[in-house]
Ligand binder design. Structure first.
Ligand code: TRP
Length: 447
């Protein structure tokens, strides 16, 4: 069976960066930094991204490109007769639960694009804007329409294939996203009082750093880089054999980190300039920011720019999750792309309904004391991704032949691999041990 590939290196990088850059960077990172001590959190985060993130990403690339399949099939090809292919099950499961709650937040974002266009924030008090948000998310049908609409949009892109769907979409949206965020940064950093926000983000105060914030930084790095469940593995299977995987991974990691920092630099200075609390948490973007926009000159335009940017970021990430399911169905179960997409989109949208209604009619329906939304979020970031990350490292570090890993990373000797020993050392020992720590921390065994 001939498989589709990305048409160009630029397309591959934009697709991978599109997966990585998402709500995690623009919605989560600023509030994580805001509630975990600013600069100190950022330093720890950067350490994890570069020391653990790059090797784990490279490991996913190695498995995906060498296996030439979805995660399920790649493990089957690379370790025939073993149970490693179970990882594929984890992959599908993770894609489904991440995408179901991701779709909820992405749906809110679409509603907020409409609010911004309709000038809805204008002249409202901060209580009013808070009320607007809680009324909307607890409404019994509006957020559902947006969430399902968002999923259908993802389905349409994925249905069109790797080149015509994914690549075409990311090649326009990602550059637009970079331009929009730079515009926002220029605006935010030239506000009176912006310096406070920048200081908060860049000057580390280590007294604020707790063990828990270290764990949050590791979890955030996995989530933000799309690591641990085979999404990048699937995309890597579409990268041409001639490309240099190391070069691509460094570019993707740098782009992702850069956008997180740019998002922090756009949001925190504005938050400080208008005297609102940086540790507002998940609502920062939907409650705090609209107040900030309303108080800014030309705030109407900036509000639209911001929520459109957030939509692009969410969309290019969500399709990478959907592609995992579609690649599995088409390659392993021989579905047609159209029916594979319809089935995955339908199932995930249905699961997503549970998450969306968690803020309204189903708010009292809990599993282990959490609503569906919170349970899916916690289960994926704190458990599934770290477990997946450990398996990926162990597979590349211990199960694959070192020669095969070397040959894949150097594209058959085409590119020099100066840091190969360091890479293997991290993948064999450092990364699994560090990830195990976050896992035990998340379950509460390590405090
Ligand atoms: N990285 C994306 C973000 O920052 C979310 C995402 C896409 C993701 N694919 C993933 C997270 C795979 C974990 C695993 O918003």
């Amino acid at each position: 069976m001939s498989r589709e590939n990305f048409g160009s290196r630029f397309g591959a990088i934009m697709a991978l960066a599109g997966s990585a850059v998402g709500l995690g960077n623009i919605w989560k990172f600023p509030y994580e930094a805001g509630s975990n001590g600013g600069g100190a959190f950022m330093l720890v985060y950067l350490f994890f991204v570069f020391v653990i993130g790059i090797p784990v990403m490279l490991s996913e690339f190695v498995i995906g490109r060498r296996g030439q399949r979805n995660p399920f099939g790649s493990f089957k090809t690379l370790a025939p007769g073993t149970r490693w292919f179970w990882f594929g099950g984890l992959s599908i499961f993770a894609a489904a639960i991440i995408l179901s709650y991701y779709g909820t937040v992405a749906g809110w974002t679409l509603e907020y694009v409409a609010y911004a266009i309709g000038d809805t924030f204008h002249g409202r008090s901060s209580e009013d804007i808070g009320q607007l948000f809680s009324d909307f998310v607890s409404n019994s049908y509006k957020p559902l329409l947006w969430q399902v609409g968002f999923m259908v949009l993802c389905g349409i892109i994925i249905m069109s294939g790797v080149k015509n769907g994914i690549e075409r979409c990311v090649k326009t949206m990602m550059p637009a996203l970079f331009v929009l965020i730079l515009l926002l940064d220029i605006r935010a950093c030239t506000l009176d009082g912006a310096a406070e926000g920048l200081k908060f983000l860049f000057v580390p105060d280590f007294s604020k750093l707790t063990f828990n914030s270290v764990l949050n930084a590791l979890g955030q790095s996995f989530f933000s880089l799309s690591l641990g469940m085979g999404a990048l593995m699937t995309y890597a299977s579409y990268i041409s054999r001639n490309e240099n995987l190391t070069g691509i991974s460094v570019r993707v990691v740098v782009a992702d980190t850069f956008v997180s920092i740019l998002a922090g630099m756009a949001i925190l200075p504005a938050v400080f300039a208008f005297g609102v609390d940086p540790s507002a948490g998940p609502n920062l973007v939907y409650i705090t920011l609209p107040q900030v926009f309303d108080a800014m000159p030309l705030g109407y335009v900036w509000g639209i720019v911001f929520f459109v940017l957030l939509t692009f970021a969410a969309l290019t990430s969500a399709i990478s999750l959907l592609e995992v399911c579609v690649a599995y169905l088409t390659e392993e179960l021989k579905f047609k792309r159209l029916s594979a997409t319809a089935l995955s989109t339908g199932v995930i949208a249905a699961l997503g309904v549970l998450c969306t209604l968690s803020f309204g009619p189903m708010r009292d329906f809990t599993i282990f004391g959490r609503t569906f939304f919170d349970a899916f979020d916690a289960l994926s970031s704190n458990i599934v991704l770290p477990v997946g990350g450990i398996f990926i490292c162990l597979f590349v570090g211990w199960k694959m032949k070192t020669m095969s890993v070397y040959s894949e990373l150097s594209s058959g000797g085409r590119y020099p691999m100066g840091m190969f020993r360091i890479f293997m050392f991290i993948v064999k020992y450092i990364a699994p041990a560090a990830i195990l720590l976050i896992l035990l921390g998340a379950i509460g065994i390590v405090k």
